[in-house]
Design a protein around this ligand. Sequence first.
Ligand code: ZN
Length: 83
Amino acid sequence: MPVYYVNKNIKLNGEHEVHTGLCPYFPIEINRHLLGDFRSCEQALNVAGEIYSLVNGCYWCCRDCHRSKNIPKKETYNLENSS
Ligand SMILES: [Zn+2]
């Protein structure tokens, strides 16, 4: 069973991301909160949801639990502006 962590840092969309210990985007030690071993990311998300109100599975390591429909594109806003 993989070990799951939740990122203490909030994303621009207000969510805390849940990762496994094997993720390439695994948060650094100071930014991660250990959730424990779970059979599925869904269980990890439930536990993370008791700590933070808005949680989401990482696209790369928890794709089954990644919900993208509510994610605004704020992160790309300041790349270029055609005004
Ligand atoms: Zn991840």
